[in-house]
Design a protein around this ligand. Structure first.
Ligand code: AMP
Ligand code: GLY
Length: 420
C-alpha cells in the first residue's frame, strides 16, 4: 500500500506516523512535507496548492490512496481532481469543503437547518456593515467570508474597533478576496471544545475531544496563532454535552450537507462553544485541526488507514473506531517572535528518545541537520494516564529539544485542569 499525503505541517506528520503503524503501508510520499517529515516519508517539493502538480505526481507513481490534509487544496478541489485521475482519497470534495471555505455558506446552512450558532448578519457592502455596527450589540465579532489563514476573525469590544475591522477587511482587503463579504455575529461566551469527527456522509463518529490554546502568550494573552498546544480529552466536553452535540449539531450537520447535495466525506472539525444556553458552533473546518491532530491520533487505537478507507467508501457504520481512555498533551515549540517576525535557520536537536513524540511543523533538512524554518517549529506529545501526568511529561520532553530562540507557552493544560 503506497500513500500520498498532501501537506507539510505537524498535523501531516502525526497523520503519517499513525498511517505507518499499519504494516501494509510501504511507501509514504509527502507533498511537500518538511525536513522533519522527511525522516518518516519521502518528501517531494510540490506545493499543497499546486493541484496540477499533485495530480501529475500521483498519476506517474504507484499511489494506492491519498490523504488531503490542509484546507487550501480541499477548497481548490484536490480530492475531485485526484478521484478523476482514479485515486481514492481521504478528504471532502470541493462542494463539501465549502463548509470551511465560506463562513456565509456555513452560517446559512446552520440557520436553514436549525443548528445552534451565534446570531449573524451578512454584508457585501461596507457602508451597510458600518451602518449596522452603529447600533449593534458589543463586542461585535467580524469575520471575513473566505479562508484567511485562521486570522480572519476580529473580536471588537468597541464600535471604533468594529468600524476599523470592517474597513481593514472590506476596503483595505487585508485578507484579499476573502473579505469581499463579511459576517458580523453575536459574541458568545463559554469554554471552547474542538471535536474532530470521521464521517462518510451518512454516519458520523466523533473522535476524542480536545482543547486548543490559540493565543501566543501564557494566560491566553497576545496574538492569535495557529495553536500553541492542545490537550485531549477536553474536560468541558462532558457526556451530557457530547450527547447534545450529537443530537443538535453533528447529525443535523451531516444530514444537512447530504440534503444540500454536498455529502461530506472526510474529517469534519466542529469548533464549539459550550454556552449557558447549550453547545453552539463557532466554526466548521473541513479537515483535521492542527495541533489537535497531534493529541487526537496518538489516542486512536484502531488502525487509521482502515478507518480512512471506510470513510472514503461509505462503510464507516460497519467499522470500529476506538480511542484509548488515556490523556494526551502537545506543547508547541515556536520561534521567538511568532506569529509576527522571527528568525529562522537555527539548528534543532531532538534526542532520539524524544523523536517518536515529535511532530515537525517548520524545519528544513540541510547537510543532515534539522534547521528551524517556520514560526511553529515542532510539537511534542506525551500520552499518560492522567491529564496532569501528560502535561508534566510533555514539558519534560519539550525541555530536551533545543534550538536558538525557542519559545513556548508554559501553561498548556492549566485551563483544562482548572475546569475539573
Ligand atoms: P475561528 O478563526 O473561527 O476559529 O475563530 C477564532 C476564535 O475567535 C475562536 O476560537 C473563538 O475563540 C473566537 N470566536 C469566534 N467567533 C466567536 C463568537 N461568535 N463569539 C466569541 N468568540 C468567537
Ligand atoms: N487549531 C485550529 C485549526 O486547526 O483550525
Amino acid at each position: 500500500m503506497n500513500i500520498l499525503v498532501i501537506g507539510g505541517g505537524g498535523r501531516e506528520h502525526a497523520i503519517i506516523r499513525a498511517l505507518r503503524k499499519n504494516p501494509q503501508v510501504e511507501t509514504v510520499w509527502a507533498l511537500p512535507g518538511n525536513g522533519g517529515i522527511a525522516r518518516d516519508a519521502i518528501c517531494v517539493n510540490i506545493g499543497a496548492k499546486d493541484i496540477e502538480g499533485i495530480v501529475s505526481f500521483a498519476s506517474s507513481h504507484p499511489v494506492d490512496y491519498a490523504v488531503v490534509a490542509p484546507d487550501d487544496p480541499l477548497a481548490l478541489g484536490c480530492v475531485d481532481a485526484l478521484e478523476a485521475a482514479g485515486i481514492p482519497c481521504f478528504g471532502p470534495r470541493k462542494n463539501a469543503a465549502v463548509i470551511e471555505g465560506s463562513k456565509v455558506f456555513a452560517k446559512d446552512l446552520m440557520k436553514k437547518y436549525g443548528i445552534p450558532t451565534a446570531a449573524y448578519q451578512v454584508f457585501d457592502d461596507p457602508a451597510a456593515a458600518l451602518r449596522y455596527l452603529e447600533t449593534s450589540p458589543l463586542p461585535a465579532v467580524v469575520k471575513a467570508d473566505g479562508l484567511a489563514l485562521g486570522k480572519g476573525v476580529l473580536i471588537c469590544p468597541t464600535r471604533e474597533e468594529a468600524f476599523a475591522a470592517v474597513r481593514a477587511i472590506m476596503e483595505d482587503k487585508q485578507f484579499g478576496d476573502s473579505g469581499n463579504r463579511i459576517v458580523i455575529e453575536e459574541f458568545l461566551q463559554g469554554p471552547e471544545v474542538s471535536v474532530l469527527s470521521f464521517t462518510d456522509g451518512e454516519t458520523v463518529v466523533p473522535m476524542v475531544s480536545s482543547m486548543d490554546h490559540k493565543r501566543a502568550g501564557d494566560g491566553d494573552t497576545g496574538l492569535n496563532t495557529g495553536g500553541m498546544g492542545t490537550v485531549a480529552p477536553n474536560p468541558c466536553y462532558t457526556p451530557e454535552v457530547a450527547a447534545r452535540c450529537m443530537e443538535e449539531i453533528f447529525l443535523p450537520t451531516i444530514r444537512a450537507m447530504k440534503a444540500e447535495g454536498r455529502p461530506f466525506r472526510g474529517c469534519l472539525y466542529f469548533g464549539l462553544m459550550i454556552t449557558s444556553a447549550g453547545p453552539k458552533v463557532i466554526e466548521y473546518n473541513c479537515r483535521f485541526g492542527d495541533p489537535e491532530t497531534q493529541v487526537v491520533l496518538p489516542l486512536l487505537e484502531s488502525d487509521l488507514l482502515t478507518v480512512m478507507q471506510a470513510v472514503s467508501s461509505g462503510r464507516l457504520a460497519e467499522t470500529e473506531v476506538r480511542f484509548s481512555n488515556r490523556h494526551a498533551c502537545c506543547v508547541v515549540l515556536a520561534s521567538r517572535g511568532y506569529p509576527e517576525h522571527y528568525e529562522k535557520g537555527f539548528e534543532i536537536t531532538v534526542p532520539p528518545e524524544v523523536w517518536p513524540h515529535t511532530y515537525v511543523a517548520g524545519a528544513a533538512e540541510k547537510d543532515g541537520k534539522l534547521l528551524t524554518s517556520g514560526g511553529r517549529v515542532l510539537g511534542v506529545t506525551a500520552v499518560a494516564d492522567s491529564l496532569e501526568e501528560a502535561v508534566r511529561e510533555a514539558y519534560a520532553l519539550a525541555e530536551k529539544v533545543t534550538f536558538e530562540n525557542k519559545y513556548l507557552r508554559h501553561d498548556i493544560g492549566q485551563r483544562a485542569m482548572a475546569f475539573r
